[in-house]
Write a protein that binds this ligand. Structure first.
Ligand SMILES: C[S@@+](CC[C@H](N)C(=O)[O-])C[C@H]1O[C@@H](n2cnc3c(N)ncnc32)[C@H](O)[C@@H]1O
Length: 209
């Protein structure tokens, strides 16, 4: 029997970190061509460009690095050193082929990451704070591994932002973060499947206070 290639609808229907691990193990090989290419996926470059525009510097952690598309754009903008974490070993293997990361490590961002307190001067994430994936609870762990003053640019799917309680989380983080702004960007370009062409994300941009 031929197995169907995973796609966006499967990703949005995930319910747990274990579901993510399974789906992305199957998706890693085709992700760059059959998803990112076919869907005109703009988000990783947009997040990297926003991080650079904020004056972001390494060491930076790419959270839910996947196949490394955001890291690739960061490197082309001259931002380094870049580390990446992801729950899927198969996605990380694809990211390693981009040859722009210093360290790639497996981890569940809803738990504790294998990194010391205050390690990173930047934290960036594309496509991971989305439906069926990671919610606002992960921001505490990211603040732990960030240095004081670290720049954050986290994409948050606009539909997920409403449903998952990000507004309340940012209110609760008052005093621990500074300068929050929430510009919106398109996730996909004009060549995307019409069902998702209008999908948008917030780029939650702030500093660790
Ligand atoms: C839609 S992909 C985005 C990948 C890449 N950042 C991009 O924009 O192409 C979401 C990524 O989040 C990872 N992920 C999902 N849940 C996670 C978790 N709890 N901890 C760490 N990574 C997770 C998946 O394995 C996948 O690589």
């Amino acid at each position: 029997m031929t197995r169907k290639t995973p796609g966006l609808d499967d990703a949005y229907a995930l319910k747990s970190p274990e579901d993510s691990r399974k789906l992305y193990a199957d998706w890693a090989a085709s992700y760059d061509t059959e998803f990112a290419g076919a869907m005109d996926y703009l988000l990783p470059a947009a997040v990297a460009e926003a991080f650079a525009a904020e004056g972001g510097e390494g060491p930076v952690l790419d959270v839910g690095a996947g196949t490394g598309l955001a890291g690739l754009r960061l490197a082309s903008l001259g931002v380094g050193v870049i580390d990446g974490v992801d729950i899927s070993a198969e996605m990380l293997l694809k990211a390693s082929e981009k040859r722009v990361y210093r360290r790639l490590f497996a981890g569940d961002v809803t738990g504790r990451l294998d990194a010391e307190d205050g390690t990173y001067r930047g934290i960036l994430s594309s496509g991971t704070f989305t439906l069926g994936h990671v919610g606002p609870e992960a921001i505490d762990e990211l603040l732990r591994v960030a240095a004081q003053g670290a720049i954050f640019v986290l994409s948050i799917n606009a539909a997920h932002y409403e449903a998952a309680g990000f507004a309340a989380k940012f209110r609760a983080l008052e005093g621990r973060i500074a300068g929050l702004s929430l510009p919106q960007v398109p996730i996909y370009g004009p060549r995307a499947d019409p069902a998702h062409r209008a999908d948008r994300a917030f780029l939650a941009t702030f500093r660790k206070a």
